[in-house]
Structures are given as C-alpha cells and as structure tokens.
Design a protein around this ligand. Sequence first.
Ligand SMILES: Nc1nc2c(ncn2[C@@H]2O[C@H](COP(=O)(O)OP(=O)(O)OP(=O)(O)O)[C@@H](O)[C@H]2O)c(=O)[nH]1
Ligand SMILES: [Mg+2]
Length: 342
Amino acid sequence: MSTVILQVGQCGNQIGKELWTVMNSDKANKLGIRPANIHGRRRGSGTNWALGYYGSNVAEEDSLLKCTMDAIRKEVERCSSFSGFIMLHSISGGTGSGLGSRLCEVLGDEYSDCILWFHNDEILERLQRRSSKHPEVGVSYVTMNQHIAKCLAGLILPTDTLTARSGISIGQEPWELVRSVTPLPAQKFLLVNNLTKRNSSWENIIGSLNQELKKHDEDGKPYSSLSNLMVVRGHSMDSFTQQWKATEKRVKTAYNCVKWNPFPVEYWTAQDNSGTSAVTMAANHSSITDHLSLIGFSARLKYDAKAYLHWYEKYGCEQSDFDDAFTVLNDCIQAYTEMVGR
Ligand SMILES: Nc1nc2c(ncn2[C@@H]2O[C@H](COP(=O)(O)OP(=O)(O)OP(=O)(O)O)[C@@H](O)[C@H]2O)c(=O)[nH]1
Ligand SMILES: [Mg+2]
C-alpha cells in the first residue's frame, strides 16, 4: 500500500520537511520529494482563501491547481498499490487553506476521511510547559514542527501490530487509524499528542500525556472522547502489554470515554531499539468543538460586518459559499455535541 504525501503552502511544507527528517532518521536510503513534484508561484495567495481556492486569472494550463494535479496523477500512477493521500496544510493562510480545500474536492475526497488537528497556540503552550525546566530551549516554529512531525510519524510509521507475520509491513497504519478512531461520518477530527523520552517508564510517559490533556471547558463542563488510539514505540514492549489493563483504565478516566463505545481505547506497538520510548495518542475528543465554535464565532463577526468580503468575492466566492461553510461548521459542532451527550 502506498501513500502520497501532499504539502501545500508554507506551513504544510515546513511541517513536511520535519516529517521527512523523522521518517528518515533510521533509514539508510533516505526518502524525499521528487524535484519535479515541487510546484509554486513567486507570490503566495496573500492570506486569501478565495485566491488559493479559485486561483488567479492565469491560463488554465499554467494554473497551480493544474500543475499540482498533473504531478499527483503521475505520482499515483507510480504507486504499486495506491491507498490514499495525506495532506499537510494550515487553515489560515491562502495557499494551504484555499488550494488545500480545492485539492480535497478535486481528489474526490470532499469530506476528508480524518483530520489531524494541530492548534498552534495549544502546541506552543504544551511545549513551553515541557521546556519550563529548560528555559534556555526556546519554542520556535521549528520546535513546534518537530513535535507535530513526531505526532504524525508516531501514527503513520509501520507498527508490529499491523505487520504481517512475514515481517513485511504493507503500510496500512494511516487507513487503519481512520477506520478505528474516526468510523462515524460526522466526527472526523483527531487531536494528537506525542511524548518521546529516554530512561522513562511507560507509566510515567502516559501519566504526563494524560496530564497535558484538556479535561474540561472554561465553564468546567467535562469533555469526552469517542475513541482513541495509543501507539507505543520502544524497547520494552512486553512490559507495556503486561500493564495494559491498568493503563487502559487510566486512559479511559483521563479521556472520559463515552459509555456507549465498548472499546474506546486501542493500542498498537512497535519494537524500536533506538533507546527512546515514545507514546503517541490520537483522540477523537469533544474539545474540538471549542476550536470550531471559536472559528465560527470570529468568522460570523467579520462576515456580518462585511469585513474583507470584497477580497473573497473578487476571486469568485459567493454568498452561498459562506452560508454553506457556516452550515457545515455548525453541523459538525452539533454532531459532536450529540454524540458525547454534552
Ligand atoms: N505550526 C506551524 N504553523 C505555521 C508555520 N508556518 C505558518 N504557520 C501558520 O500558518 C498560518 C498561515 O499559513 P501559511 O501556511 O503561512 O500560509 P500559506 O499556505 O503559505 O498561504 P499564503 O502565504 O497566503 O499563500 C498562520 O496561522 C501561521 O501561524 C509552520 O511552519 N508551523
Ligand atoms: Mg505563504
């Protein structure tokens, strides 16, 4: 099974760079991007979603969308057994957000199978807290991207759990993640965290991850999670599996798993003799509704004040596009709220 990774816009490319570094760290033959697959324009999309989505008025043959689609098509044809795309992009610039949305649609995947959501402010806060013991280590974009890359690699790199007895991995981790943690049609968001340590017990690492999780909203209402996946990579897999029952109990409590899912926490293991122990946690967690509500709230304020609207209309956005976007956002929030019974 082969995956094609798409990096769109500045953020998508910068995170992609760190992801390749993590994925290549233990390989003799380094993987990378084929130069012919790099496409761009001298100027970006000026933080304008509509410009990223509709493109500027260049001839169709020269458009960024067309060049990108041609490259994607060729890359998919090269795959022996193509299984899907992973796209890295931000949602607040113009290219990553606009062209990224367009690519999702054109690739026949209007409703993505799964969205791994990284909120910069939360990541910054998380890493600042971790580095408070070492204030000399500043938290830069590079540090944040390295963390995001570890979260992604933790989930998508081969695991022993999904590797056939022959020892050959068919690379089904990304798709199995979608199937097991986001099986419902409207709850497709995952929040991800990773902690990688040397000389630390599983219990310690998982305890720290549980502590970093936001457990309730500003009004004190507890969040819940629908389903979760823990991927564990390290040397002492036996000790991890022996403790699983106790670990599962702690995770169920920390993540306040919904009662109707009989198996809300799954785990995969991967033997890794690099000397580190890494736990990556992907949670289908109701705190995502706070992020979505905030986006909806600030978009609505700007929309009602007609702020920047001409920028979007100039490139082809219509009233119905805004209405549709608000509806989709509200439906998403409602779907989560109903499922967790908040
Ligand atoms: N975590 C992280 N966030 C980034 C990075 N670069 C930009 N961002 C965030 O992404 C948003 C802006 O999106 P960009 O990816 O820079 O925009 P773009 O896709 O290049 O779009 P245009 O510049 O408008 O063409 C802002 O919220 C930035 O804080 C990065 O390397 N890492
Ligand atoms: Mg840019």
